[in-house]
Write a protein that binds this ligand. Structure first.
Ligand code: NAD
Ligand code: MG
Length: 395
C-alpha cells in the first residue's frame, strides 16, 4: 500500500488524484489532505478517504467548521504550518504537490526536507526556486539502494508535458538528448488576431478548448504564460539550457511533449488530455498500473496538427525563455508578477494583454541577483506582487 499526502486536495489536480486513488483502493491510500478555504470540499473528501490528518491553510476557517464535519479519526489543523506538517508526516510514502502558485513552495520543500518523494504538479515551485529545490532533490540519498532495485526518485513530474518528457527520457541516454520539445495547446485565443485578443474577457480566457483546470492555470494557458513557466520548469527539472528547449503549438493536446535524440529520433508520449494518467504514473513509477483515463481510439480517424508559436500575439512565452536563460531572481519575480496580474485580470482590473506587458515591466525593474537565498526570493515575490497591484497601463 502506497500512502499519499495530497497538498491541494480539493483543486483540479487534487480531485484527479482522488479519482486515481479511488480506482486502486488495494494499492493506494490517502493519509493527509490539505485545502485553502473551502472546508466543505475538504470535509467531503475526508469523509470518503478517511485520512489521518487534514489541514486548511486559511486560518480564518477555524471558526467556520462545524463540529462533526470531519471524520472523528482525522486530526484537523489550520494555517500554512499545518500544511508543511502534513507534507512531512511520517505516515506518508509520497507527497502530491497540487497547491496552486508560489503558496505551494513551502509544502514541497517541507516534503523534500523530510526525505519524501514528491509528485510535483505545482510548477511554480521550480519557477520560483529551481536551483534551491533541485539542490534538495539531488542531495545524496541517506540510505544505500538495495542491489537490483531502482534508486528512489525524489521528484516525479505531474505536469503533463514534463511527465511526457520524463517518460521519453527513460528510452535513451541523457548525453544523447538533442532537445526537448514542449507542446502547447495554444489556448482559446490560438486563432484570434491581436486586435481581438486585446478585447478578451475573463469568460473568454476561462474557456479552455482541451483541458479542464483551475482558473489560474487556465488564464496562464490563454496568455501562454503557462508554457513560459513550463520552459523554466523543464530547465531546472531536467537540467537543460534554454537553447535545448523548444515549444510547438499542438491544439489537440494528444502529444504531451517530445524528446529529440542526437540521431534525429523524436520520441513522444500520446494520450487523450486527462491529468489522471500523469498523476498515476508519478505515483506508481517505475511501475505501470491499469489506467483510469480515457484511451486513444485509433479506430477513428483524427489528425494531429503542429504549428510554431506566435510570439507577437503571445509575448508571455518569450519571457519564459528569457527567465530560463537568466535564472537567479528572475523566476520568482516573473511568477509573482504573473500571479498578481492574473488575479487583477480575473477581477476585471487589467486587460488581458496587460498581463504580459506588466510582467515585462516588473521583470525589467527588479534588482537582479544571480544566486539568491530563499529569503531573498520570498522578499522579491512580495515586492513583485506589490508592484503589480500598483501597475497602471502607460498610455
Ligand atoms: P486549483 O485552483 O484547481 O486548486 C488549487 C488547490 O490549492 C486547491 O485545493 C486550493 O484549496 C489550494 N490552495 C489555493 N490557494 C492556496 C494557498 N494560498 N495555500 C494553500 N493551498 C491553496 O488549481 P489546479 O488547476 O489543481 O493547479 C494546481 C497546480 O497544478 C498548479 O501549480 C498548476 O499549475 C498545476 N497543474 C495543474 C494542471 C491541471 O490540469 N489543473 C495541470 C498541470 C499542472
Ligand atoms: Mg502542463
Amino acid at each position: 500500500m502506497k500512502r499519499i499526502a495530497v497538498l491541494g486536495a480539493t483543486g483540479s489536480i487534487g480531485v484527479s488524484c482522488q479519482a486515481v486513488v479511488r480506482a486502486h483502493p488495494d494499492k493506494l491510500a490517502i493519509v493527509g489532505m490539505t485545502a485553502h478555504a473551502r472546508w466543505e470540499d475538504l470535509a467531503k473528501a475526508c469523509q470518503e478517504f478517511r485520512p489521518l490528518r487534514a489541514a486548511l491553510s486559511d486560518e480564518s476557517q477555524r471558526s467556520q467548521v462545524p463540529a462533526g464535519a470531519f471524520p472523528r479519526e482525522t486530526i484537523l489543523e489550520f494555517g500554512p504550518d499545518a500544511v508543511a506538517r502534513i507534507a512531512a508526516m511520517a505516515e506518508a510514502d509520497i507527497v502530491l504537490s497540487g497547491i496552486v502558485g508560489a503558496a505551494g513552495l513551502r509544502g514541497t520543500i517541507a516534503a523534500l526536507e523530510a526525505g519524501k518523494p514528491v509528485a510535483l504538479a505545482n510548477k511554480e515551485t521550480l519557477v520560483v526556486a529551481g536551483p534551491l529545490v533541485m539542490g534538495l532533490v539531488n542531495a545524496p540519498a541517506s540510505a544505500a539502494v538495495p542491489p537490483g532495485t531502482c534508486p528512489p526518485r525524489k521528484l516525479l513530474p505531474v505536469d503533463s508535458e514534463h511527465n511526457a518528457v520524463f517518460q521519453a527520457l527513460e528510452c535513451g541516454r541523457r548525453q544523447d538528448v538533442k532537445r526537448v520539445i514542449l507542446t502547447a495547446s495554444g489556448g482559446p485565443f490560438r486563432t484570434w488576431p491581436l486586435e481581438k485578443i486585446r478585447t478578451a474577457t475573463r469568460e473568454d480566457a476561462l474557456a479552455h478548448p482541451t483541458w479542464n483546470m483551475g482558473p489560474k492555470i487556465t488564464v496562464d494557458s490563454a496568455t501562454m504564460m503557462n508554457k513560459a513557466l513550463e520552459v523554466i520548469e523543464a530547465r531546472w527539472l531536467f537540467d537543460l539550457s534554454a537553447d535545448e528547449i523548444d515549444v510547438v503549438v499542438h491544439p489537440q493536446s494528444v502529444v504531451h511533449s517530445m524528446v529529440e535524440y542526437r540521431d534525429g529520433s523524436v520520441l513522444a508520449q500520446l494520450s487523450p488530455p486527462d491529468m489522471k494518467l500523469p498523476i498515476q504514473y508519478a505515483l506508481t513509477w517505475p511501475e505501470r498500473w491499469e489506467g483510469v483515463s480515457p484511451r486513444l481510439d485509433l479506430t477513428k480517424s483524427f489528425g494531429l496538427h503542429f504549428e510554431p508559436p506566435d510570439l507577437q500575439r503571445f509575448p508571455a512565452l518569450a519571457l519564459g525563455f528569457e527567465v530560463a536563460r537568466r535564472g537567479g531572481t528572475c523566476g520568482a519575480v516573473l511568477n509573482a508578477a504573473n500571479e498578481a496580474a492574473v488575479d487583477r485580470f480575473l477581477k476585471r482590473e487589467l486587460a488581458f494583454t496587460d498581463i504580459a506587458r506588466a510582467c515585462r515591466d516588473i521583470l525589467n525593474a527588479h534588482s537582479y541577483s544571480p544566486s539568491p537565498t530563499l529569503e531573498e526570493l520570498l522578499r522579491l515575490d512580495a515586492w513583485a506582487r506589490e508592484e503589480m497591484f500598483r501597475w497602471k497601463c502607460s498610455p
